[in-house]
Design a protein around this ligand. Structure first.
Ligand code: FAD
Length: 314
């Protein structure tokens, strides 16, 4: 098979460890691995996988995934098309551009709209697909359009509305379409204030999040206040925040349930931010998954709340 794949996709590699391609530093090997440095490469790789009936997985910076210890018996397409451009107040970025890079670039030009993302890791493609958000902002707030590849290999251009953004979701997630690039509309503003706002968020994350350990950000989505049982509404009230709608931070529930510091093998519910799990060293995906199940069960038992994972499993 590798011979056929190499013919269609020169540069494809075999048996590549995936852990170094994730912020969790966890996961087995990819049977096949290809670095796509342009949108053409992405199309070529997805086309080759389809032709040879190999399943494929799109990998950005790996900051929102937990890859299994067995790895992936297919083709991992690592997105590394990294061109971006700012014209007046419009920012055009390919999917493989790092989000921190565009936050920085927008700030330098005195363009507002992405400050909320100060310290958000990952690529533009990953952020668009998951409608990433923080500090009251979300990708959808400034996004104009997205160029993507559909399941048949056709290129489509979608408006903001057509992307069907919702809390940590979009049409790209539902339909497994591949983001090639995105256009953002920014606003002229005060350069100093914009840069300071982004820096404040970076500082906040450094102080409050366990960035000293490999992790994948928040494990669970926050909980919609409407889904919290009536008898608990007073109890959760002090913790409620509007981001992007009234939610109870999952970190609050995990903390109240006494689960901070819970360990399984090399994985631990963070002491610093209980909606994070950290890799203390040598954690396996199995450890993290067991920990996730333990936390879900405990939260269900204590608060009758069903936690929903934010991270993706492979
Ligand atoms: C320390 C830390 C803090 C974080 N804080 C936040 C936060 O505040 N808010 C937030 O929303 N998230 C947060 N995250 C999660 C993560 O940073 C975001 O979800 C990010 O947008 C994921 O981008 P990525 O390139 O790393 O995607 P990956 O982890 O590589 O992939 C995630 C999913 O997106 C898919 N994908 C990736 N690229 C594409 C593409 N081009 N087209 C289609 N699908 C694609 C993958 O197949 C996978 O299913 C945090 C993570 C960490 C480690």
């Amino acid at each position: 098979m590798i011979g056929k794949l190499e013919k269609l996709l020169p540069g494809v590699c075999k048996d590549v460890p995936l852990a170094p391609h994730t912020t969790f530093q966890i996961g087995g090997k990819a049977r096949y691995f290809f670095v796509a440095k342009s949108s053409r490469d992405i199309l070529k790789a997805a086309g080759a996988a389809k032709k040879l009936r190999i399943s494929f997985f799109i990998l950005g910076e790996g900051s929102n995934v937990l890859i299994s210890d067995q790895g992936f018996n297919g083709l991992v397409i690592k997105i590394l098309n990294t061109k971006y451009q700012i014209l007046n107040t419009r920012l055009y970025a390919e999917a493989g551009v790092s989000f921190p890079a565009i936050v920085l670039a927008a700030g330098k030009k005195g363009l507002a709209g992405l400050e909320w993302a100060g310290g958000l890791p990952g690529t533009v493609g990953g952020a668009v697909r998951g409608n990433a958000g923080a500090f009251g902002g979300e990708v959808k707030d400034s996004l104009v359009s997205v160029e993507c590849v559909d399941e048949k290999g056709g290129i489509r251009k979608l408006s903001n509305k057509e992307c069907q953004f919702s809390y940590r979701s979009s049409i790209f997630k539902h339909k497994k379409w591949i983001v090639l690039s995105a256009v953002f509309q920014l606003k002229k503003g005060n350069k100093k204030l914009i840069e300071e706002a982004a820096q404040d968020h970076i500082r906040y994350r450094k102080e409050r999040h366990p960035l000293e350990f490999p992790n994948a950000g928040s494990i669970f989505k926050n909980c919609d206040l409407k889904l919290i049982p009536l008898k608990l509404q007073d109890f959760v009230k002090p913790a409620v925040k509007v981001d992007p709608f009234p939610v109870v931070p999952t970190a609050f529930l995990v903390h109240q349930a006494g689960l901070k510091g819970l360990r399984q093998g090399g994985a631990q519910v963070s002491e610093k931010h209980p909606n994070y799990m950290v890799n203390l060293g040598g954690a396996r995906a199995k450890d993290v998954r067991t920990l996730i199940e333990k936390v879900k069960r405990a939260i269900k038992k204590r608060f009758s709340v069903n936690l929903e994972e934010e991270i993706e499993f492979l």
